[in-house]
Ligand binder design. Structure first.
Ligand SMILES: [Zn+2]
Length: 495
């Protein structure tokens, strides 16, 4: 209840009580008592929705005694680098399973999936070799995930700076034999940084192959952040089939501006790039799964998940350690409060979101026969910031019902219920009509950290993180314990 409403309510109550006192002076005591009882009942009515009371308990438990923050600290210490197939990923899997077992979740298990395996290696160097006064100056880079290495001595070439693939194609002649710098910034004019990211991420994903098509020898991509600093932001890239493979790296925004400035000033800019990253054959890894089995409809399932893998720089704190500890909080908080829902809540920590979605795809295939009984899937993968709302991938009717539930969660700060994606790992379930929800915290700082050395535990705020866990736990509780289920989208897949 908002403060204004509360004030109006109490003043109305006060007026009513004053009337009652006057009334009591003029009527027999029994009648006065009956009226008083009615007034008391009226006063109690706003608290009577048991759902609101449950949500209040979830919020207070989460804020006062939540464990998300402490668990994030432990994940970031034990397995800061946990790219799929790495030793860190193995440690993270054990960490997650141990926590689920300690929390007393049911049916705790590791579900196999095949994942890409790529290693950064030891050498990452970008050096100016011309103009002569700057010879030897280093610029901060990170190899893009999936990139091949350069020859040991590196690749030395002139540079062409472009803002788009279209521009590159128009200037194809100039690009031959050169290193291409894709320098499109995230659009600062867009108030939604995730949309701005979406508008610029193509150059990272496919820039190398686009550059190779016009005969370039390597690709550099401006880091996807709205900050100007010296921290490169990595991320996945893919090679197109039938196109020569050339090495690709992300360069810091300051570094990209420096190169672009020199080129604009008409200087003869040459760079040497050295990388020794490498890909291996896919390996077996695991999603980590545990449940709070439903008290009435155990076969109906609400999934709450996040991805356990993270890039091999920083500590994967916001991306997506925060989501993992929030997802783990959902069954823990409910169990602790004695709130066992009608339906089963299944916590799934997915492997390999960052470079292949092997975990999300394996979950979908493994549970294909259960998809009609998945009533909702929720993912938290946008950082551990102040809760703002939820993005719903599903029908308008499902979104409207979720919007009604979100009104009960106002103490957590969630307000917005917008159309959008649920999350990469739960995405495949949309084919079977499962309503998907992505948790949406405040987006303005996410790309300050995303996929960079800055994404560390110290960058996460305890209150914001725990409040997010409360918002997610509240929504999951409301859906898992509801009488009916959310409307589903038509099935799109032909299995
Ligand atoms: Zn993520």
């Amino acid at each position: 209840m908002a403060f204004d409403e509360y004030a109006a309510w109490t003043s109305a109550l006060e007026r009513l009580l004053r009337c009652c006192v006057m009334f009591a002076r003029t009527v027999p005591p029994q009648a006065a008592l009956a009226v008083a009882a009615f007034v008391v009942a009226l006063a109690a009515s706003p608290q009577e929705d048991p759902r609101r009371e449950a949500v209040d308990r979830i919020v207070e438990e989460s804020l006062a005694r939540g464990e998300a923050y402490a668990r994030l600290r432990s994940l970031c210490r034990i397995a800061p680098h946990r790219l799929s197939g790495s030793k860190g990923a193995e440690k993270a899997i054990r960490w997650a399973r141990d926590i689920m077992e300690r929390d007393g979740l049911e049916n705790v298990r590791l579900e196999p999936c095949r994942v890409a395996r790529w290693e950064r290696g030891e050498v990452e160097e970008l050096t100016l070799t011309s103009p002569p006064p700057l010879r030897g100056a280093r610029l901060p880079i990170l190899a893009l995930g999936g990139s091949i290495a350069t020859p040991e001595e590196g690749i030395e070439a002139g540079v062409i700076v472009v803002r788009s693939v279209e521009e590159l194609r128009k200037r194809a002649d100039e690009a031959r034999g050169r290193i291409v710098l894709f320098n499109r910034p995230m659009d600062d004019a867009n108030e939604n940084p995730f949309q701005a990211y979406g508008g610029a991420v193509g150059q990272r994903r496919s820039g190398a192959s686009e550059a190779a098509r016009v005969g370039a020898v390597a690709a550099l991509v401006r880091s996807l952040t709205t900050r100007l600093d010296d921290f490169p932001h990595t991320g996945a890239m893919q090679y197109a089939a039938g196109v020569p493979r050339i090495p690709a790296a992300a360069i810091s925004t300051n570094g990209a501006n420096r190169i672009a400035g020199l080129v604009e000033a008409g200087r003869d800019v040459r760079l040497r790039l050295r990388l020794d990253c490498r890909s291996h054959d896919p390996v077996e890894s695991f999603n980590v799964v545990g449940e709070l089995v439903g008290r009435e409809l155990p076969d109906e399932i609400v999934v709450v998940g996040a991805h356990l893998d993270a890039w091999d720089v920083g500590e994967g704190a916001h991306d997506d350690g925060a989501g993992c500890v929030q997802a783990l909080e959902v069954p823990r908080l409910l169990e602790k409060l004695g709130l066992r829902p009608r339906r089963t809540i299944r916590c799934v920590l997915f492997m390999n979101e960052e470079n292949g979605v092997g975990g999300g795809n394996a979950y979908f295939r493994t549970h294909i026969d259960e998809m009609s009984r998945h009533v909702l899937a929720v993912e938290s993968d946008r950082g551990g910031f102040t809760p703002r709302g939820f993005a719903v991938a599903g029908t308008d009717a499902a979104r409207a019902e979720i919007a009604e539930l979100v009104e009960l969660l106002e103490r957590t700060g969630v307000r917005d219920v917008d159309p959008g994606g649920g999350g990469a790992d739960i995405g495949p379930m949309a084919q079977e009509g499962v309503p998907l929800v992505g948790f949406v915290p405040d987006p303005q700082r996410y790309f300050d950290y995303h996929h960079s050395a800055r994404d560390v535990f110290a960058a996460v705020n305890r209150r914001e993180l725990e409040l997010g866990a409360a918002a997610i736990a509240g929504l999951v509780w409301l859906v898992a314990d509801a009488e009916g289920t959310l409307p589903r989208a038509p099935i799109a897949s032909s299995r």
